[in-house]
Write a protein that binds this ligand. Structure first.
Ligand code: F6R
Length: 245
């Protein structure tokens, strides 16, 4: 794992966007794995700004999002499909039919998980996966205890994840308790991974990732098994850590 330490959220977002833009320019048909949540919002803003100013094109790019809440359709403001449209897709020249988010509003979730996993495979896999990290070490919505062999599956969200995500909803009761997520194995199949970590509340998780054991009780620890992971972390998340990569 390679770690790039940056000053703050603004610099992390700029660096991450530069990283992604460089990959898109070298491979205009790149398959990008995308995340939602607070962490990548600044990165997406930078991608939009660059697209408007410099014309980086996403016409041939295909995207796969990590996860979606169960029970929310794409036109629900709290769904991750809606988030991605608002935060990125509506502002760049990407072909919407090439943007993929698991469906949270269908009845047969088992079939949806298989369809999603299959779709990624049919596209030849993800070239670059963007990840955030939960303070409990989750990646995607793979909560502690998830098997490292898991493919796309349905999960019960941990209470800490529900609490953390309540900030995007009017009331905590509105936060769905289930989600569909790419599994740990699905994530690990990506050719390259870019993990973004910002803020003091992620410090402990980053410490565990860098210094702890590889263990299913801390899902992100599996990233140590991947041959090509870059972490961009800001000072608040790294502060005082002895970084061994
Ligand atoms: C989002 C996702 C989650 C988030 C994580 C951190 O698609 O898969 O793993 O990356 O919960 O969320 P934030 O960035 O809001 O701290």
């Amino acid at each position: 794992m390679k770690i790039i330490e940056v000053k703050d959220y603004t610099e992390m977002s700029r660096k991450a966007a530069e990283y992604i833009i460089d990959k898109v320019c070298h491979n205009p048909k790149i398959k990008l794995g995308l995340a939602t949540g607070g962490t990548p919002i600044g990165t997406y803003k930078n991608l939009i700004e660059d697209h408007k100013k410099k014309g980086t094109s996403y016409q041939d790019v295909t995207t796969f999002n990590l996860d979606e809440y169960v029970g929310l359709s794409g036109d629900n403001k709290n769904s991750y499909r809606y988030f991605m449209d608002e935060q990125l897709f509506n502002h760049i020249d990407i072909n919407k039919s090439k943007t993929n988010v698991p469906r949270g509003d269908i009845i047969n979730f088992e079939a949806e998980c298989l369809r999603y996993e299959d779709l990624i495979e049919k596209h030849g896999g993800i070239d670059l996966q963007i990840l955030g990290i939960g303070s409990n070490g989750h990646i995607g919505f793979n909560e502690p205890g998830t098997s490292f062999n898991s493919n796309t599956h349905m999960v019960e969200l941990a209470q800490s994840t529900i609490n953390a995500n309540a900030r995007f909803f009017n009331r905590i009761e509105e936060v769905p308790t289930k989600a569909i997520t790419m599994g740990i194995s699905s994530i690990l199949k990506s050719k390259e991974i870019l993990l973004l970590v910002s803020g003091e509340n992620k410090k402990e998780a980053l410490f565990k990732l860098l210094n702890g054991e590889i263990n299913e009780s801390f899902p992100a620890s599996v990233l140590k098994k991947h041959p090509c992971v870059t972490i961009i972390a800001d000072k608040a998340a790294v502060a005082g850590l002895k970084v061994h990569c």
